[in-house]
Each structure stands twice: as structure tokens, then as C-alpha cells.
Design a protein. Structure first.
Length: 395
């Protein structure tokens, strides 16, 4: 089956060193990306685009790992391949993640020459003790120098990533860091809560009781940060994402809106949704040597049945402040599809607790049913999903 207008995600799984909180698939100890990997990546983009019948990319995102380890030539090769594999409108959102200490005037110029029009910079914090303990490459000075270079030499869209609640971060240091980031006028800010994944050094420290961590403080800090960002005109549109109006990340919205995307690169995932409500998902193995040998022969493929796809529709859609609507549900699952009565009842039950807002699209109770957990309910998203799952799995 064909998917004519998906998004494209490109994975660069290499880092100079591993940060102690990070559980993304990336290999530390790499200060460059091999040409063989880039060749394999380009072959995969071409072949997957052709196999899926892609006519146009709706957004492109180069993530990692550390994509800013790519040379200017490699960046040019990848962007040429993307443009040749399907139509890419010049205004199409084309993002790359950058590590602050890789940013130079020359790199920013090369990105622009490639048609990249949005950068996402992993600042994470301005607290040196927190950065050092997390084994971030850049300290606060390098972070600030990167933002100065962006201010001087980058005239297109840019986003800043921050982590809330790193060990040694205080309320004062966190808020002054937020203020500093905002002073460079990014149009988008991702503010993630620190999570402890078992296999990371931070996760291990916590499990061995070697890290004294105050989760309540971290949660309260996130709420203070959220209110601060909103007071400065950065509106929350997803659990961890804030933007000035009109500057939401279109690429990430594709995941939350249940739209098809092709993934390329070792460890990348792609999901293609079909009009009958089913979907096809593949996940490339994380063995780089195997990937280079045969980028199209190292994926684990799965068919996603309609029931699972419906569950994912709610799990991803409810991450957005705009929530989910029956109109969007019909676009994904067909004109006759509608929210089940039990889902509607759950939304109405949460509305009574002031943790959900239900709308009928102006047509009274026969209208397009939509609901959102809103800013107050989204904090309890996981609890809502648990209740929702027990309903959907029983249907
Ligand atoms: S946070 Fe980024 S730079 Fe650090 S290890 Fe993970 S992918 Fe690499």
C-alpha cells in the first residue's frame, strides 16, 4: 500500500560521549560519522521512498545521537538525497538537532545552503554543576556562545531543549537558565522532566541508592518553569513542548497526530498508516555494521492491527493540549468510525473533576465530540491512559 505524503526522520546514532541520563540509541566515542553510514542512510531513504510511493515529504527531521557530527559534505549528500527522493517544498519544515559545542558560523551557513530551515539546540541547562554531573560536553559558557552564534548567523527558526530537574539544579539556577535561553528569542522550547531509565548511569545510581533525588521538587520546578514560559508567550501545546503561536514543531505533531512517517538509519522506526485503519511499522536494528551492509535488510517488521492503532491514536493525541477529536479519528479510521460510548463517558467523568474539557463542535451532543485533558489534566495523562486502556482493551 502507498503512503504519498509522510514525514521523514533520519537517525544519526553517534556521539562523542554519552550523557549520563540519556537512553537514546547512540554510540559514544565517535567524533565523526563514517561515509559508509551516510551511504547506507541515503540508500535507505531512496528505497523506502520508492517502495512507499512517496510523492512529497511533509517534514524532515535529522536527530540523534549527534547530527552535528556530520561534515558539511555529508549534510549536503543527505539533503540532496532527500530532495531527489520526493518533492520537498522550500517552506517544508526541515530540522536538525545540534550539540552546542559543534556550532560554528560555517556549520550554520552549511545548514542553510542545504535547505535546512530549523535547528534544535540541546542546551539542557546553564548550571555548570548539573551539566558536569550529567557529563554534558558543553558547559554554560559554551552553551551561551552557541546561542550568540545563532543570534548572529542564523535567521531561521530555532528551538532550545532544556531538562528540568537535573541533579544540582536549584530553582534559582533553573529559572535564570530559562530566562537566559529566552533572551536569545527561540521560537520553540522543549522542556523535559528528567527521567531515570534503568540502563543509564543516572538510573543505576538511583537504583543503588547512590543518588539523593527529590522528585517532588523536580515536579514543582517543572510547573514553575511552565508558568514562567507561558508568562513569556511560549504556549504549551504538548506535554513537554512550548512555542510562540504558529511555531509548533510540525514534525513532532505528525507523531502526535497519528500521521505516517518514514524512519531511516540504524535504530530508526517508521510507521505507515493505511486507510483501512491498520498500519505497518518497522524498526531498524541497532547493529551499525549490519545496517551498513544492508540497510533494507535489517528491520523488524510488524503489522499494527486497528485496535492497537486506535489505542496509539489516543495515547499520542492526548499528549497535545488540543487533545483528540472524532473528526481526526474519522480521518484515520474511516468515515464511519466514532469514539465509543465508554471513551466519551470517561472524558465526561474527568470533566467533572475539572481535569478534562469536552466539546461538541457547536452541534450539541450530535456534533464532533472532542476532548482535551488541558493544562490541569495533562499532568495526570498517565493515569488517564491507564483508565482508557482498560476500557479499550475490553472492547
Ligand atoms: S543526550 Fe544527546 S549528546 Fe548526550 S548521549 Fe544522548 S544523544 Fe548523545
Amino acid at each position: 500500500m502507498k503512503v504519498s505524503e509522510p514525514a521523514l526522520y533520519i537517525h544519526i546514532p553517534f556521539c562523542i560521549s554519552k550523557c549520563h541520563y540519556c537512553d537514546f540509541f547512540s554510540l559514544g566515542g565517535n567524533s565523526a560519522v563514517s561515509d559508509a553510514y551516510v551511504e547506507a542512510l541515503c540508500a535507505e531513504i531512496r528505497e523506502r521512498a520508492e517502495a512507499a510511493g512517496v510523492e512529497k515529504w511533509t517534514s524532515v527531521y535529522v536527530g540523534g545521537g549527534t547530527p552535528s557530527l556530520l561534515s558539511c559534505e555529508q549534510l549536503g549528500k543527505i539533503s540532496d538525497t532527500v530532495k531527489k527522493s520526493a518533492f520537498l517544498d522550500a517552506s517544508c519544515e526541515f530540522t536538525i538537532e545540534l550539540n552546542p559545542d559543534d556550532i560554528t558560523k560555517e556549520l550554520l551557513q552549511a545548514l542553510e545552503n542545504c535547505g535546512i530551515n530549523r535547528i534544535s539546540v540541546g542546551i539542557q541547562s546553564f548550571c555548570d554543576k548539573a551539566l558536569n554531573f550529567s557529563r554534558r560536553r558543553a558547559d554554560s559558557l559554551k552553551n551561551e556562545n552557541a546561542l550568540k552564534l545563532i543570534k548572529q548567523f542564523w535567521k531561521k527558526r530555532f528551538s532550545v531543549d532544556l531538562i528540568c530537574g537535573l541533579p544540582f539544579e536549584s530553582q534559582e539556577s533553573f529559572l535564570s537558565g530559562l530566562e537566559k535561553a529566552i533572551s536569545y528569542n527561540p521560537d520553540h522550547i522543549s522542556m523535559y522532566s528528567l527521567t531515570f531509565e534503568e540502563e543509564t548511569p543516572f538510573g543505576k545510581l538511583l537504583n543503588q541508592n547512590k543518588l539523593d533525588y527529590d522528585f517532588e521538587f523536580s515536579d514543582s520546578l517543572w510547573l514553575i518553569g511552565r508558568d514562567f514560559l507561558e508568562s513569556k508567550g511560549y504556549l504549551q501545546y504538548e506535554v513537554s513542548n512550548f512555542s510562540k503561536p504558529g511555531f509548533e514543531s510540525l514534525h513532532n505533531l505528525c507523531y502526535w497526530n497519528h500521521k505516517s512517517y518514514i524512519g531511516a538509519g540504524s535504530g530508526a522506526t517508521g510507521t505507515l498508516y493505511f486507510s483501512d485503519g491498520s498500519a505497518f511499522r518497522y524498526t531498524n536494528k541497532t547493529d551499525i555494521a549490519e545496517y551498513i551492509k544492508g540497510p533494507l535488510n535489517c528491520s523488524l517488521d510488524e503489522k499494527i492491527d486497528t485496535k492497537t492503532s486506535v489505542i496509539e491514536f489516543f495515547m499520542m493525541g492526548l499528549r497535545k493540549i488540543s487533545g483528540v477529536s472524532e473528526g481526526a479519528f474519522k480521518l484515520s479510521f474511516g468515515k464511519k468510525a466514532s469514539f465509543s460510548e465508554s471513551v466519551k463517558e470517561l472524558a465526561l467523568k474527568w470533566q467533572k473533576k475539572n481535569l478534562c474539557q469536552v466539546n461538541y463542535g457547536g452541534d450539541g451532543e450530535k456534533g464532533d465530540f472532542s476532548f482535551t485533558l488541558g493544562k490541569s489534566g495533562i499532568i495526570y495523562l498517565n493515569r488517564f491512559i491507564v483508565e482508557l486502556l482498560s476500557l479499550l482493551e475490553g472492547e
